[in-house]
Design a protein around this ligand. Sequence first.
Ligand SMILES: NC(=O)c1ccc[n+]([C@@H]2O[C@H](COP(=O)([O-])OP(=O)(O)OC[C@H]3O[C@@H](n4cnc5c(N)ncnc54)[C@H](OP(=O)(O)O)[C@@H]3O)[C@@H](O)[C@H]2O)c1
Length: 319
Amino acid sequence: MDTTIWTNPLSTIGLATLTYLTYKLTCQAIIYLLPGQLSRYNRPGTNWALVTGATDGIGFGFSQELCARGFNVILHGRNGEKLAQRAAELSAAFPERKTGVLVLDVVGIDDAVDGVAQQVRKIIGGQGRLSVLVNNVGGETRPSVTLDELAFADVDATIDRNARFMAQITRVLLPLLSEGEGRSGLVLNVSSLSQYGLPYISVYSATKGFVDSFTRALEAECSAEGRGVDVMGLRVGQVKTPGYDVDSNLFVPLPRPMAKAALDRVGCGKVIVWAYFWHWLQGLSFEIMPRSVLMRITTQKLKAIKKEEEERKKKAKRQ
Ligand SMILES: NC(=O)c1ccc[n+]([C@@H]2O[C@H](COP(=O)([O-])OP(=O)(O)OC[C@H]3O[C@@H](n4cnc5c(N)ncnc54)[C@H](OP(=O)(O)O)[C@@H]3O)[C@@H](O)[C@H]2O)c1
């Protein structure tokens, strides 16, 4: 056997690098096998979670999973009728859980958002406390267009929906989340693969960068202040939802499995985490591949989506 591999310095560096990378990747992969710690924030029957953007997609998936794990849930959305219908669906599926609804359009919010704390207290009615906030509401207002094709209102709506409301509602609800003893509150912020900076969704992409920085900063602040509130960012890849209507497969889960995976990551020790194993694998390519190659691939895909969208609009106009 050739033993020079062990004595050649370059081989040694190569092997050390390989060992280090294997160790790093194993540490990252292992969190998908560990049991979640969500129960830390729940005394069944008394604890409440609030999910923003809960009438559809991943938000409704979070609401179902939280009920299944013993939480009472406040569903937030902009459409009172749809909220009531979703709350009724949850009550039928989980009769032992309580539900409440919070109607508030997040686009163009003003300081009326300060009243949310009072509304939440009223819904809970002294029968428990708010221990989990899921900042899920989000999405692109007009996907697949260049920045200058957007109107003033489109840019603001995307910022409100993905960033401004998250900061405001968290500010308002933080005192409620801090009320219990010990580590009692949890804030989960939904982030996205698009935080890497993607073309044709530039404003949306940037708001998800805000989500990641906001998450890190708030986590550090809560920890420095000993508030007993944990803060995590959940990075999400493609999910089949009404807001992103594509075919589902191993890499494109349905909303409820996506929400289940996200809640299973609670307590994994990371501030920002890929919530779903197969998205983590995809995300690795963003860390490893040169940005120029990645942008060529993603630009091709996003241009194809843009073309499809334009053809769909033309067809709709002709009809
Ligand atoms: N789906 C994906 O592939 C994907 C990928 C990465 C990240 N994400 C992130 O995951 C989160 C959820 O996405 P999703 O695909 O599940 O979204 P979705 O299917 O479009 O659902 C969005 C939810 O937010 C509500 N909402 C939208 N605009 C609102 C407004 N102005 N005021 C109040 N509520 C409003 C919707 O209410 P209505 O029912 O009234 O419309 C709905 O309940 C977002 O933060 C998104 O950025 C999604």
